[in-house]
Design a protein around this ligand. Structure first.
Ligand SMILES: *[C@@H]1O[C@H](CO)[C@@H](O)[C@H](O)[C@H]1NC(C)=O
Ligand SMILES: *[C@@H]1O[C@H](CO)[C@@H](O)[C@H](O)[C@H]1NC(C)=O
Ligand SMILES: *[C@@H]1O[C@H](CO)[C@@H](O)[C@H](O)[C@H]1NC(C)=O
Ligand SMILES: *[C@@H]1O[C@H](CO)[C@@H](O)[C@H](O)[C@H]1NC(C)=O
Length: 357
């Protein structure tokens, strides 16, 4: 080359090298920005067929309850287990049970909530057991708390059945749902990780409603707007978190609203009265019916918590999975609320795993 820039004695070659370095630095910066966003949005994406799923065959998980064992209950198709969630802007690492267990060594995780929490809890125990089939496990129950332990790792994965998070107290007048009282929180203390959920029971009426009165402050009434009651209970829960959580000790998640599929108009199939016979997810990222209103209430209450709480924002990805429910193959006559296992909650746990890496 031998070309010299007139003033500075720079060769063209070094100019090229300089330019090259500048481009490299720029690329590094962009990359850095991308990995700073590696708290990537795992919740916006689409479902893609993937024959390497499910993570476990339901038959190798001996403790799945009847409620979620669709295969055992006669569901003929397995297609719904062969999808992978693909976020739009990044990749999810495949769940690694061995790695998850090592990270959790000596720790206690507790799911708190209704049967959707049980769904996720069972999913996680199945994912771990199938990854570590030789690890001893022990399943015990005391009152409302079920504990699945892996003694060799000192890991306990617990479930506290508590459908409202706030208390239902038996009093002289009857059973009172107390929106300001959260004594149930005593068993949540000292956990290393908590994953809360409540929603589905707020709409229960009639014989399946487990309370007779609802109390807010000193005011006791027969009923009130259910969405408002839900919001007040979440506010009580948020105060509990701010008062009781040491963020250095405990990671706090909220499971998010798990959607049901009882109305085909919501996915442009008006003739469908429920999820029966659905064999495919909705492809793409848009659910025509939009979000359930409870999501907005939950998000606005979560914004008021001062301590760090991460929302497992599973609503959109689950809305797309009209094919993932037990339908006829669960316990209820038609169950389009819970999820078959293996199935959709495995993805909730895969995201949980990616969030704690
Ligand atoms: C979920 O869907 C709603 C409306 O369909 C949209 O506004 C929202 O951004 C979506 N959220 C995520 C995390 O994809
Ligand atoms: C399982 O846990 C219970 C209660 O903690 C304990 O009594 C029992 O010995 C445990 N069983 C095994 C096999 O570890
Ligand atoms: C958490 O740990 C940090 C650093 O070790 C410390 O400065 C902080 O005071 C701790 N916070 C609490 C609430 O204990
Ligand atoms: C089903 O959804 C459609 C569209 O959102 C709505 O107009 C209709 O009232 C719903 N049907 C029932 C039974 O809830």
């Amino acid at each position: 080359m031998g070309f010299r820039v007139f003033c500075c004695g720079f060769s063209f070659a070094s100019f090229v090298v300089l330019l090259h370095s500048a481009v490299l630095i720029l690329l590094l910066l962009v990359h850095h920005k991308a990995s700073a966003a590696s708290q990537c949005d795992f919740f916006t994406g689409r479902w893609v067929p993937d024959k390497t799923y499910p993570l476990y065959h339901p038959a190798v998980c001996p403790f799945i309850e009847r409620e979620f064992s669709c295969q055992k209950n006669g569901r003929p198709d397995l297609d719904y287990t062969q999808y992978r969630w693909q976020p739009l802007g990044c990749y999810l690492l495949r769940f690694n049970g061995q790695d998850f267990m090592e990270r959790l060594r000596g720790k206690r995780i507790m799911f708190v909530g209704d049967s959707l929490s049980r769904n996720q809890w069972q999913s996680l125990t199945c994912m771990l057991h199938s990854a570590l089939p030789n690890a001893k496990y022990n399943l015990t129950r005391q009152q409302d708390v079920s504990t699945f332990s892996f003694p060799d790792y000192g890991v306990e994965i617990m479930l506290d059945r508590n459908v409202y998070l706030v208390d239902v107290v038996r009093e002289e007048i009857g059973r009172v749902l107390k929106l300001d009282s959260i004594e149930g929180g005593k068993v949540w203390k000292g956990m290393d990780m908590l994953i809360f959920n409540t929603w589905h029971w707020w709409n229960r009426r009639g014989p399946s409603q487990p309370w007779d009165y609802i109390q807010e402050g000193t005011k006791i009434s027969k009923d009130m707007d259910r969405m408002l009651a839900f919001q007040k209970a979440l506010a009580t829960w948020a105060r509990w978190v701010d008062l009781n959580i040491d963020p250095n000790k405990t990671l706090v998640f909220f499971q998010g609203i798990s959607p049901s599929h009882y109305n085909g108009s919501q996915w442009n199939e008006p003739s469908a009265k429920n999820c029966v016979g659905q064999k495919e997810p909705l492809f793409g990222s848009i659910y025509p019916g939009g979000l359930p209103p409870a999501v907005g209430v939950l998000k606005s209450e979560l914004r008021k918590v001062t301590k760090p709480v991460k929302l497992l924002d599973i609503t959109n990805l689950s809305l797309l999975r009209k094919d993932g429910h037990p339908s006829l193959y669960g316990l209820a006559r038609m169950d389009c609320s819970h999820w078959c296992l293996a199935g959709v909650p495995d993805t909730w746990n895969q995201i949980l795993y990616n969030l704690i890496l």
